[in-house]
Design a protein around this ligand. Structure first.
Ligand code: NZQ
Ligand code: ZN
Length: 390
């Protein structure tokens, strides 16, 4: 079996896409909307005000729920579920980045399914439906605007857990993608977002089994575009071309396109290794990925060096696999992203590496990875390498 393609989200792309919000919501029959947002960037930019004015003019009711934090928390999700259930909400509109989107998706699952929403994230229950969700995206990074995933942090447990759930109910109904809305994203979040975009393609590229050449070539193009456009967006935050390319690369990198025809959905070990860091230490997801990728790559290189050779040639015109890994790291450093755990502002000793590795494997209850299957000891070694201890 090879991977197929299902990406049912209705995308409107381009400057002013958000002006369509009321019209699109009406098309879905929305009457009362939960407008979900983060810590205030959408207030400062005037976007929230603009959106709410268009809803009011179109006669669509709404209530607000702001306060989503990066690495979104289940406690706010519970608040959102209560609002949806008690206020007769029939549509959820996420206005923000990946964290707002993921929180909106979780509210949708919980309000539809009842019971404890965390059950869906810890694997106790399967998502069987959702209150419909749409979005106005303000940050190019996670691809949640077209992906089937939602990642939530449980802040009610000690230690905190960060868990993802993937389901086609997570594909939002519509995404309004206006690159101009990302002009105000900070340099750090822009760079972190670009790493995440690259990683969604790299995680799919590295897998065991058949790889469709066309999909590989699409992957190289996407990676080259992100490498080309990120420095431009950092230097000129309001460069439309750069922001537009990053935004569309973000959506395509995680909507499934980059695995079509391959024999499986990819490796995803770096994501698991990173999620343990952002759960425990609240680091930005893309920065965490940059911090561990090089160590992962060196650790797994011998599994299939030819895959690295093909990647190096396709992205950098470089046929040496070790130099290819170095080139990715040089790029990360050039956009001020860390290439080790210290660069995240964390001091990891052996005990911290051990604890994190056990966290990833749910205390030795699972393996991760597909390119190379990794056990707790392997993950420990990767954390040690990323901490400069090996
Ligand atoms: O909260 P506000 O004030 O909006 O500020 C945010 C936040 O502080 C700010 N921001 C967003 N748009 C902005 C802006 N600042 C100025 N101007 C704008 N236009 O950026 C900060 C980070 O936002 P966040 O949404 O947390 O970032 P991102 O989009 O990178 O999302 C990260 C989360 O998504 C998860 C990550 O693990 C993390 O929890 N992921 C979700 C995936 C998915 N659903 O498919 C896949 C990914 O692999 C990832 O795991
Ligand atoms: Zn990611």
């Amino acid at each position: 079996m090879s991977i197929g393609f299902y990406a049912p989200t209705n995308v409107t792309f381009g400057a002013g896409a958000e002006d369509k919000v009321a019209e699109v919501l009406k098309g879905y029959g929305a009457e009362k909307v939960l407008v979900h947002f983060g810590g205030g960037s959408v207030k400062r930019s005037g976007l929230l005000d603009k959106v709410e004015k268009s809803l009011t003019s179109a006669g669509i009711g709404f209530i607000e729920l702001g306060g989503v934090v990066p690495n979104p928390r289940v406690s706010l999700v519970r608040k959102g579920i209560e609002l949806v259930n008690n206020e007769g909400i029939d549509f959820i509109l996420a206005v923000g980045g990946g964290s707002v989107l993921d929180s909106a998706k979780a509210i949708g699952y919980g309000a539809y399914g009842g019971g404890d929403v965390w059950d869906f994230y810890c694997g106790k229950r399967k998502v069987e439906g959702t209150v419909p969700v749409g979005c106005i995206l303000t940050l190019s990074a996670t691809g949640s605007e077209m992906s089937d995933s939602s990642v939530i942090t449980n802040d009610e447990t000690d230690p905190v857990y960060k868990r993802g759930v993937s389901t086609d109910f997570g594909r939002v109904k519509f995404s309004l993608l206006d690159p101009e809305l990302t002009y105000t994203v900070s340099k750090y979040q822009t760079a972190s977002g670009s790493v995440d975009i690259m990683m969604h393609t790299l995680e799919r590229y590295f897998h065991q089994g058949y790889a469709l050449d066309f999909t590989d070539e699409l992957s190289f193009t996407l990676l080259r575009e992100v490498i080309k456009n990120t420095p431009i967006a950092l230097e000129h935050p309001d460069d439309y071309d750069a922001r537009a390319n990053l935004m569309w690369c973000g959506s395509l990198s995680h909507n499934g396109l980059m695995a079509v025809g391959n024999s499986n959905k990819g490796d995803w070990a770096c994501h698991q290794i990173e999620h343990e860091l952002s759960a425990e230490y609240d680091v930005a997801h893309g920065a965490g990925l940059a911090a561990v990728w090089g160590s992962w790559a060196r650790y797994v290189l011998d599994t299939d060096p030819d895959r690295f050779v093909k990647l190096g040639k396709g992205v950098f015109g470089e046929s040496d696999p070790v130099k290819t890994i170095e080139k990715f790291e040089e790029f990360f450093r050039s956009i001020d992203m860390p290439t080790d755990i210290k660069g995240l502002g964390l001091e990891f000793d052996e005990a911290a590496c051990r604890k994190a590795a056990l966290g990833v494997t749910f205390q030795d209850a699972r393996t991760i990875g597909n390119f190379k299957v990794l056990k707790t000891e392997d993950i420990f070694n990767i954390y040690m390498m990323a901490s400069g201890l090996k």
